[in-house]
Design a protein around this ligand. Structure first.
Ligand SMILES: [Zn+2]
Length: 190
C-alpha cells in the first residue's frame, strides 16, 4: 500500500472515532458559497471560519469561473439555497507561472511531471505526450485582481445566475493569511 494511502486511511479511522457531525442537513446553514483555488496552502475552512455544514466550497486550479464551477454555483443556489458567493484567488498562484501555449507544448512532448527553474518550465522525461492539451482552455492567470474581476463579471452576467446574488471578489495572501478585497470585483458583483 502506498504511504499516502495508508496515512489517509489511518487518519480517517481516527476521524470516525470522534465523529459527531452525522445529523447535519444538506443545505449549507450559512447560505453562502466560496469559489477558490485548489492550492494546498489554502484552507477555506480556516481562512473563512467555516464549520462542517456552513457553506459550499468549490475548488479548482486558480479558483476560476469555469463552466463546471458555474454548474456547481447554480446547483448551490437553485437547489441548496445559497444567497451570497465569494470568488477568492490568491498570491503566488501556480496559474501565473504558465500560459496555454507552455502547457500545450509540455503535454505534447511528455505526460511526466515537468520541472520549473528561473528560465521556465521544462519536460524532464521522454514521451509519449498528447495533442489533447490543445483543446483545453487552462484558464491561466496574468494578474490576480484582473482574474478575480473577470470571474466575478462572468458569474454575474451568466444567464443562469439571478441578479440578486452578490458576488464578492478577494485575493488571499499566502504570506499573511489575509483576505484582501478587489474593490472593482465586489462592485461588479453587487
Ligand atoms: Zn492557486
Amino acid at each position: 500500500m502506498s504511504t499516502v494511502l495508508n496515512e489517509v486511511l489511518i487518519a480517517n479511522r481516527g476521524y470516525v472515532a470522534g465523529f459527531d457531525k452525522g445529523d447535519l442537513p444538506m443545505p449549507p446553514g450559512r447560505h453562502f458559497a466560496i469559489l477558490t483555488c485548489m492550492d494546498a496552502r489554502l484552507d477555506p475552512a480556516k481562512y473563512a471560519g467555516l464549520s462542517e455544514g456552513d457553506a459550499h466550497v468549490i475548488r479548482n486550479a486558480g479558483g476560476r469561473a469555469s463552466d463546471d464551477a458555474i454548474r456547481s454555483l447554480v446547483i448551490s443556489y437553485k437547489l441548496l439555497g445559497t444567497r451570497e458567493w465569494f470568488v477568492i484567488h490568491h498570491t503566488d498562484c501556480g496559474m501565473e507561472t504558465f500560459t496555454d501555449e507552455i502547457m500545450r507544448d509540455l503535454l505534447s512532448s511528455s505526460l511526466k511531471t515537468a520541472s520549473v527553474d528561473a528560465s521556465g518550465w521544462h519536460d524532464c522525461c521522454e514521451g509519449p505526450g498528447s495533442a489533447e492539451a490543445k483543446y483545453i482552455d487552462w484558464l491561466t492567470i496574468k494578474d490576480q485582481a484582473q482574474s478575480v474581476l473577470e470571474d466575478v463579471v462572468r458569474i454575474k452576467s451568466h444567464p443562469l445566475v439571478p441578479s440578486d446574488i452578490p458576488v464578492y471578489g478577494y485575493i488571499y495572501d499566502v504570506k499573511s493569511g489575509e483576505l484582501i478585497e478587489v474593490p472593482e470585483a465586489t462592485a461588479a458583483g453587487k
